[in-house]
Write a protein that binds this ligand. Structure first.
Ligand code: AMP
Ligand code: TRP
Length: 335
């Protein structure tokens, strides 16, 4: 049985890049796989979080998943800290992971910066917790962005180290599914920068909760160059803003930049933007409206997370009992 596990950090200001680059891929995977989507609040606290915001962002991400079409009955959606097995397995795996493996992690080096001595231990062992997330459910496939590839390779190494140490074939080695970078969405103000939640200009991004008027306004103000649309993608080279808007249109309509150029070649951006506004409002506005509705009734989202936590917890408890048996921990009711 193929099982997908993926984790997402509880961040606010979810935007079009998060939707086209990540959430939409997961929506499509649920038809083919048994899916577990985890909001990784324990990973989030490797950098300081304001408690009320952490909780609010956990609910916002959950609402975005469901509003985008992830079915909370078919899939399991929960926040990580509800299932204590993540922390328990992380400890066991910490005891089989050489420091040298973690020292190689480029994300730690970037985040720790120059003052390594002050870096938090949690940040250092972050990839071990990630391995525990995946292995606790014996997941076979893990869809992530390119930036998480190294962490996933480490998860495979850790799974292998456990299997070898105890001479078992217990953990499947999780397969990375690196999500297409084709859907990389750039800032509306600067086509060379990624659309990001942390950009200070709200006009640089389309938030998933933006209403139709705001979407229209942001697209009309989006930076372009004075040339009309080219007839082929080759004509988008060295035109990052034009390439971005064409790419967004293609992603929203499940088409390709090539096909969009064929359709709109020669048109002015002012007229292309009208079409772009229409397709964007068609996709994003209903999702945003549903998110706002759900977030106005926090009991609804909480009930889904509670139920997801129970379902995930049941799988985790069964696997953790087997893992503890392999490791040699005495447990009530076991030989
Ligand atoms: P973040 O909150 O920035 O860590 O992003 C969460 C997920 O959204 C990751 O899987 C990213 O790959 C994806 N993502 C974030 N920003 C963009 C973007 N501008 N274009 C495409 N995908 C993105
Ligand atoms: N580290 C991932 C990120 O920052 C999130 C994550 C945590 C994750 N646990 C995971 C992703 C397990 C995939 C599988 O994006």
């Amino acid at each position: 049985m193929n099982r997908i596990f993926s984790g997402v950090q509880p961040t606010g200001n979810l935007h079009l890049g998060n939707y086209l680059g990540a959430i939409r891929n997961w929506v499509r995977m649920q038809a083919e796989y048994d899916c577990i989507f985890c909001i990784v609040d324990m990973h989030a606290i490797t950098v300081p979080q304001e408690p009320a915001q952490l909780r609010a962002h956990t609910r916002e991400v959950t609402a975005a998943f469901i509003a985008s079409g992830i079915d909370p009955e078919g899939c399991i959606i929960f926040n990580q800290s509800q299932v204590s097995g993540h922390a328990e397995l992380a400890w066991i795996l910490n005891c089989m992971t050489p420091m040298g493996w973690l020292n190689r992690m480029t994300q730690f080096k970037e985040k720790a910066g120059k003052h390594r001595e002050n870096a938090l231990v949690g940040l250092f062992v972050y990839p071990v917790l990630m391995a525990a997330d995946i292995l606790l459910y014996k997941a076979t496939h893990v869809p992530v962005g390119e930036d998480q590839k190294q962490h996933l390779e480490l998860s495979r190494d850790i799974a292998g180290a456990f299997n070898r140490q105890f001479d078992v074939d217990y953990f499947p080695l999780p397969e990375p599914q690196i999500m297409a970078t084709a859907a990389r969405v750039m800032s509306l103000r600067d086509g060379r920068k990624k659309m990001s939640k942390s950009d200070e200009s709200d006009f640089s991004r389309i938030n998933m909760t933006d209403d139709a008027d705001t979407i229209a306004q942001k697209i009309r103000k989006a930076r372009t160059d004075p040339e009309p649309l080219p007839e082929t993608v080759a004509g988008l080279e060295s035109r990052p803003e034009a390439a971005n808007l064409v790419g967004i249109y293609a992603a929203l309509t499940d088409s390709t930049s090539e096909a969009v150029c064929t359709q709109f070649g020669g048109a002015l951006f002012s007229s292309f933007k009208n079409d772009l506004v229409d397709v964007m409002i068609g996709v994003i506005e209903p999702i945003g409206r549903e998110m706002r509705r759900m977030l106005a009734d926090p009991g609804y989202v909480d009930a889904i997370l509670d139920r997801g936590g129970e379902r995930a917890g049941a799988i985790a408890a069964a696997n953790l009992a087997e893992i503890k048996q392999i490791v040699g921990f005495r447990q009530p009711g076991h030989a």
